[in-house]
Design a protein around this ligand. Structure first.
Ligand SMILES: O=c1[nH]cnc2c1ncn2[C@H]1C[C@H](O)[C@@H](CO)O1
Ligand SMILES: [Zn+2]
Length: 362
């Protein structure tokens, strides 16, 4: 089948999709922020939901990861009670289910939600409650699990790693570090990563977004990351010749050979300056070289996006069709942190049959 430029929106939305990189505090509904802010007395830059949505998108469109991250003060600020966290988590699941997502790993930093007096465990419990309510409301058409994030500029990674292990059989499937990348190399948190490896646990590391190859190298070779959050700057280790041939350096070869998944977030990468534009996004080169590429939203509020929209943009920009969408979706499902038999079942019972029906005989 020839890829068709610009897949129809309804097809993209109906396709079963898998989301590995989405921040809970980057995906709130603007109307919910306005309501929660009124209840808690948090001052917002705009009080009308539509104006607030525009404010987030514009403020995040800064070309700098550090400035992009400043916008989270107004989402985290209204996520300081158990009821607010449960509501935000439930609405997140509802929104993803309506977008055709069948499996999602949603991440957040528990340490950012304790200003109102909650304990770390209470943060996770409130969010699990919301996820359960959302999954039930969606008739179990979607499975949602947590990734617990530790913030790079804080010093609580080891404690958050303990929390992730405590919750490993209650919905939490992995660990992550996020926040500003420059000046905060992954090895700062080596004790947390070594602990998690001893526990046979899974983790991803935001790397190669606000900083380049040394960050990716540390994440993979020192810390043992199972996946890379973004990882876009791995292209700095690939030389593309005039004739289109590509020569991979040692690190890029390693990442590709070991099938280390790249959690790519096209719109977010353009906003933070990790990619110059959508048309020049490294995903095209990396996918053509058969890296284990996946497509993600990162922060649906800040990028005014959805997983369907990200696939739609890739389809318009690069001519991706159903074949490419299936490959990217299977890549994501293979890379999830749930057990192999569950991943295998979702691929063979949910994803493959949907595409087989639509690409029959092609
Ligand atoms: O793209 C990102 N890079 C680094 N950190 C990020 C990104 N998106 C969100 N974060 C931070 C801000 C949130 O408060 C935190 C936890 O979700 O993670
Ligand atoms: Zn992220």
């Amino acid at each position: 089948m020839e890829p068709t430029r610009g897949l129809p929106d309804d097809i993209v939305r109906a396709a079963p999709k898998v989301l590995l990189h989405d921040h809970l505090d980057g995906g709130l509904r603007p109307a919910t922020i306005v309501q929660l802010a009124a209840e808690s007395g948090h001052a917002l830059p705009e009080s009308d939901p539509e104006a607030l949505a525009t404010w987030f998108a514009q403020a995040a469109d800064s070309g700098s990861l550090e400035r992009y991250l400043e916008t989270f003060a107004h989402t985290v600020g209204v996520m300081q009670s158990a009821s607010a966290l449960t509501r935000v988590a439930r609405e997140c699941v509802e929104d993803l289910a309506a977008d055709g997502v069948v499996y999602a790993e949603i991440r957040y930093a528990p340490e950012l939600h304790v200003d109102g007096g909650l304990e770390l465990e209470e943060v996770v419990a409130a969010i699990q409650q919301g996820f359960e309510e959302g999954m039930a409301a969606a008739g179990e058409r979607i499975v949602v699990r947590h990734l617990l994030t530790a913030m790079r500029q804080a010093a609580r990674a080891r404690e958050i790693a303990d929390l992730a292990i405590e919750w490993r059989d209650r919905g939490v499937v992995g660990f992550d570090i996020a926040g500003p990348e420059a000046g905060y190399p992954p090895t700062r948190f080596i004790d947390a990563f070594e602990f998690l490896q001893r526990e046979n646990y899974h983790f991803t590391i935001h790397a190669g977004e606000g900083f380049g190859l040394p960050s990716i190298w540390e994440a993979v070779q020192w810390c043992g990351a199972d996946r890379l959050g973004h990882g876009v700057r791995i292209v700095d280790d690939i030389k593309v010749g005039e004739d289109g041939s590509a020569e991979l350096g040692r690190l890029a070869s390693y990442v590709r050979d070991k099938r280390i998944p790249l959690e790519m977030c096209p719109s977010s990468n353009v906003q933070t300056g990790a990619a110059p534009s959508l048309g020049e996004h490294p995903i095209k080169l990396l996918a053509s070289l058969r890296f284990r590429v996946t497509v993600n939203t990162d922060n649906r509020l800040m990028s005014r996006t959805s997983l369907s929209q990200e696939f739609g943009l890739l389809s318009e920009t690069f001519g991706y069709g159903l074949r490419e969408m299936e490959w990217l979706t299977v890549n994501a499902m293979k890379s999830a942190f749930i057990p192999y038999d569950e991943r295998y079942r979702m691929i063979t019972e949910t994803i493959k049959p949907w595409y087989a029906e639509r690409m029959d005989g092609s």
